[in-house]
Design a protein around this ligand. Structure first.
Ligand code: ARG
Length: 462
């Protein structure tokens, strides 16, 4: 019996060839070929397991191993000819294998389905990419630690509502960024626990009647265990959503860092210099130096949050078990990985070269009555109730504003007019240096506290 359509997957079932546009419309090989390495890795483990339970002979296993190795070489050298006739990465590789080694190639798919195969490939792929992302986060964190150490004593204004609030050290500000990234690392580790569970063996949805050894395959692929339920295994994409959520948080953090760098690099703040290599000029305004890298990173945070939404919406209406909808998980995932890796890389490359304009930072902190809280605390120490002290300091700030002076520039007699308890030791308190140095508890902004925080953080990396 000959079938009408000899090219088509499961062709015997079909009397008609696939519509030419539908073939293009349903194919995923253009993008899922990115998981070729993982697909081969999964097939090698599956074949070895099939051999151990007597389904593949030693000879067949050897042929499969040699064939897959050759295919991997062809792919790496760009010689592999991908075809949308074979729909996806899985069928392309299997078809080429069969072309090369014949019958053994046709036996490889025994006891599995593309449904458990693709779920396995994505997990292997993400596990690998998460390590790359973690490496880039670490590079950025190390750059921040170096900068924080260098600027443990550098004073700048700390802001709330983007209004000068209290003086802080630049090192302390950088260590705030470091903390955000530490949480990002933790979130990736946490999501890896759920990624590292093996769906292979679930087959199409119900498992398989062959006596497969899922523990063996899981061990060969470095998974912590086989999954518990075959229906869940082929349909679950929670891990992809979790990863994209973690990635969205990373991008949100990078976007916030970007916003600060952009503000600080402006003439109005003038706190930092971003080196020319990370900026571009304007095609019309010759004086311009634009902070393109942080601007682009801020902009790219939107697409990753968008991918998170795409994946949530992709899953929300699906009945168990596998549905073709799931093919739509790849492009958002791949773009999330690319975007996060590239943005982290650009940041990690740029940060070591960002220069702090210490004097400008210092003067800016001085102009904003940043030590007003210190004066209030001083009055409390001298026995005044905090609310009364708050009132007194408000009057002193008003005098400073009307006469164009900072609190530290008011005379002792002027301060004593507001409160007789003020003494000459007040000027130590009103200095920016005194203010930051006083906040020396764990988590505080004092230079010593920053140096201690950097020391503790460095131990995480060794
Ligand atoms: N290309 C498919 C995907 O990405 C592979 C699984 C196809 N399975 C199926 N029963 N059509 O999800």
């Amino acid at each position: 019996m000959t079938s009408v359509n000899t090219e088509k997957l499961s062709s015997a079932r079909f009397a008609q060839a696939t519509d030419a546009f539908v073939e293009i419309f349903t194919a995923s090989v253009d993008f899922d070929q990115r998981m070729a390495v993982q697909d081969i890795q999964g097939s090698l483990a599956h074949a070895q397991m099939l051999n151990s339970i007597g389904i593949l002979t030693d000879r067949e296993l050897a042929d499969i191993q040699a064939g897959l190795a050759q295919i991997q070489g062809e792919i790496e050298r760009g010689e592999f000819s991908w075809s949308i006739k074979q729909e996806d990465v899985h069928m392309n590789i299997e078809a080429r294998l069969t072309e090369m080694i014949g019958i053994a190639g046709k036996k490889l798919h025994t006891g599995r389905s593309r449904n458990d195969q693709v779920a396995t490939d994505i997990r292997l792929y993400l596990r690998h990419e998460i390590n790359v992302i973690k490496g880039q986060i670490k590079r950025l964190q190390l750059a921040l630690l170096d900068l924080a150490e260098l600027h443990a004593d550098t004073i700048m204004p700390g802001f709330t509502h983007l209004q000068v609030a209290q003086p802080v050290t630049f090192g302390h500000h950088l260590m705030a960024w470091f903390e955000m990234l530490s949480r990002d690392q933790e979130r990736l580790d946490d999501c890896c626990k759920r990624i590292n569970v093996m769906p292979l063996g679930a087959a199409a949805l119900a498992g398989t009647s062959y006596p497969i050894d899922r523990f063996m395959t899981a061990q060969l692929l470095g998974f912590s265990r086989p999954s518990n339920n075959s229906l869940d295994s082929v349909s679950d994409r929670d891990f992809a959503i979790e990863f994209t959520a973690a990635a969205s948080l990373i991008m949100m953090h990078l976007s916030r860092f970007s916003e600060e760098l952009i503000l600080w690099a402006s003439a109005q703040f003038n706190f930092i210099d971003i080196p020319d290599a990370f900026c571009t000029g304007s095609s019309i305004m010759p004086q311009k130096k634009n902070p393109d890298v942080p601007e682009l990173v801020r902009g790219k945070s939107g697409r990753v949050a968008g991918h998170l939404m795409s994946l949530l919406m992709l899953m929300k209406g699906q009945p168990l078990a596998y549905n073709k909808d799931n093919q739509e998980d790849k492009e958002p995932l791949f773009d999330t990985v690319d975007t996060v890796v590239n943005c982290l890389r650009a940041f990690a490359d740029m940060m070591p070269h960002v220069e702090a304009k210490k004097e400008n930072m210092y003067q800016s902190a001085k102009r904003g009555f940043a030590t007003a809280t210190d004066l209030a605390d001083y009055l409390v120490r001298k026995g005044m109730a905090f609310r009364d002290a708050h009132e007194v300091v408000g009057q002193a700030v008003r005098l400073g504003l009307s006469t164009g002076r900072d609190l530290s520039e008011l005379g002792l007699d002027e301060l004593q007019d507001f409160c007789s308890k003020v003494d000459v030791d007040v000027f130590q308190v009103l200095s920016l240096e005194g203010s930051v140095a006083a906040r020396k508890h764990i988590g505080g902004t004092a230079p010593d506290a920053v140096r201690a925080a950097v020391r503790v953080a460095r131990t995480l990396f060794h």
